[in-house]
Ligand binder design. Structure first.
Ligand SMILES: [Mn+2]
Length: 358
């Protein structure tokens, strides 16, 4: 398991590379070019600038999260071929810079969804919460407003305000896109980009839908074992893989996380893992807790054990953390709680490793 840490770049992140370098076990960062509009080619020189910056601090840049997929591809519009061509060129440029894994998702309109970005727990820490009653009781515009407010001016991955200004137009275009249609559009995309990945040696890793159910009636397909298997089987290639995000998949209690890790891990298709714990508080209600098992609803030992059992040697990062110790940071992406998460996961890994060796 190779530990990495998400970093939004000097311009947007409150956490520095020097700080990340001092977390035990971390060998690299997961980065992206957040100022290239979705759909455009990532310029090679800009990728190299980011890589050199990272390397100067003694860290590696081998994982990109994310190269977002243009809405026209998800919608299956006639303009999609142009955007797929751009996507392919971005992959070629990334490979030239030594990138090994590229994360993407196929969620229509909205990326990850929470209904409160700064919920206060009794101990004073702040967490991100999801309560489906908000989705049922209010509209998409109000959700965007909630995100804007909660961001407190920080960047939020996947939430580009300029794109979301045209919210009603985009939502209208999805009126006749159901799950099957969205699935076919994903396969069309993969059939075009996976051969490029094979050629240049990049592994694509689709991120599950977060949360793994429909919001505002929009289709969501990367939600469960059966659907993920269908995606992987549709284009049989080691380059067509997944980001196993336990925070996203696990809030649907039907998803047996250790079992899914064993299944897809043994297929060799897990290229990246996101570890975090989640406290499920009701039907389609949860908040993102601290990483240890007793803080949330997951058995983190069983999850790490499953990764160990499939000899997982890909990249792993701690996922969203709480905001603690008065840190001012991008919601979910402060330094302190994610660093605590890594220390905990390393402890579990060492314990499993030594117990097995006995
Ligand atoms: Mn994730």
């Amino acid at each position: 398991m190779r530990i990495v840490f998400r970093w939004y770049g000097e311009k947007f992140d409150t956490v520095t590379l020097e700080q990340i370098r001092q977390i035990p076990g971390v060998e690299g960062v997961v980065g992206a070019l957040f100022d290239v509009p979705v759909g455009e080619v990532w310029p090679f020189d800009k990728i190299m600038q980011l890589k050199q910056k990272v390397e100067q601090s003694g860290l590696k840049l081998e994982v990109i999260e994310s190269v977002n997929v243009h809405e026209d591809i998800k919608l299956g519009l006639s303009t999609r071929d142009k955007y797929i061509e751009n996507y392919s060129q971005t992959l070629i440029n990334l490979s030239k810079a030594g990138i090994k894994v590229v994360v993407y998702n196929f969620m229509p309109v909205f990326d990850w969804v929470r209904t409160d970005l700064r919920k206060k727990l009794p101990d004073g820490s702040e967490v991100m919460e999801y309560d489906h009653r908000f989705i049922e009781g209010r509209g998409p515009k109000e959700l965007v407003e909630e995100f804007r407010r909660g961001s407190q001016g920080f960047i939020l991955a996947g939430w580009e305000w300029s794109r979301l200004e045209k919210l009603s137009e985009i939502l209208k275009m999805y009126e006749d896109v159901d799950e099957e249609r969205l699935f076919q559009n994903l396969i069309y995309f993969l059939k075009n980009v996976i051969p490029i990945c094979e050629k240049v040696g990049i592994k694509l890793a689709i991120h599950p839908d977060d949360p793994p159910w429909s919001v505002f009636g929009l289709p969501r397909i990367v939600t469960c074992k059966e659907n993920i298997e269908r995606i992987l089987r549709a284009v049989e290639s080691p380059c067509n893989g997944i980001t196993f995000c336990i925070g996203s998949l696990g809030v649907n209690r039907k998803n047996n996380l250790p079992e899914m890790i064993r299944y897809f891990g043994n297929m060799g298709r897990i290229h990246f893992v996101h570890l975090r714990n989640v406290k499920i508080t009701g039907e389609k209600m949860f908040y993102e807790s601290a990483h240890p098992s007793f803080c949330g609803s997951y058995d983190m030992f069983e999850i790490v054990k499953a990764l160990y059992d499939v000899k997982f040697d890909g990249y792993m990062r701690p996922d969203h953390g709480r905001t603690i110790w008065n840190e001012k940071s991008i919601p979910g992406y402060g330094l302190y709680d994610r660093a605590l998460g890594i220390a905990y996961i390393l402890g579990l890994w060492e314990a499993v490793n030594k117990m097995v060796a006995r």
